[in-house]
Write a protein that binds this ligand. Structure first.
Ligand code: SF4
Ligand code: SF4
Length: 154
């Protein structure tokens, strides 16, 4: 019997998560005018010769947009493709600029949560060619900065 690709996906969980933020997320998805102004604010888009797969709006429309459009009913292969877009093609630096106040990083973070709920996750910041060890070192440095900031403000 062929393997049922849908069998490993918890569709109810995906739908439940989509429903929790439906109002805000769908509003943002509809509000996107496709103007591409956000593209220039993404260093990954600029450093990949304008490859559209690195465009902030593309990353959310092809992931979260697809999840809402299909009401969560996507294949595992599609979720794996989404993983590439929201982890490899985005480091969640929060620098995307949208004149319509569409919060792209928030939408990408939400998409990551949905993927994590299905046991799918990427390694940040994989897109910059960093190793897992680089990541751990970077995380330790950030943690150190946070601790130092909080002790200074006490
Ligand atoms: S996210 Fe904003 S800036 Fe980017 S294409 Fe959509 S409307 Fe334009
Ligand atoms: S949060 Fe992601 S999409 Fe936005 S500028 Fe940073 S890398 Fe690009």
């Amino acid at each position: 019997m062929p393997k049922d690709a849908q069998a490993t996906i918890d569709l109810n969980r995906i739908r439940e998560m989509l429903k929790q933020k439906k109002g805000r997320m769908k509003l943002c998805l509809r509000a996107c005018a496709g103007c591409t102004l956000c593209a220039e604010s993404c260093f990954l888009f600029r450093s990949h010769d304008g490859d559209p797969r690195y465009m902030p709006s593309y990353k959310v429309l092809k992931t979260l947009g697809t999840l809402y459009r299909k009401r969560g009913k996507v294949s595992e292969a599609q979720l794996e493709q989404m993983k590439e877009l929201v982890w490899r093609n985005c480091v969640l630096c929060g620098r995307c600029y949208c004149p319509f106040d569409i919060d792209i990083p928030n939408m990408i973070a939400f998409t990551r949560s949905i993927l994590r709920s299905q046991g799918i996750c990427g390694v940040y910041p994989h897109s910059m060619g960093a190793t897992e060890e680089d990541y751990r070192q970077c995380a330790a440095e950030i943690q150190g900065e946070i601790e130092s900031d909080s002790s200074e403000s006490e």
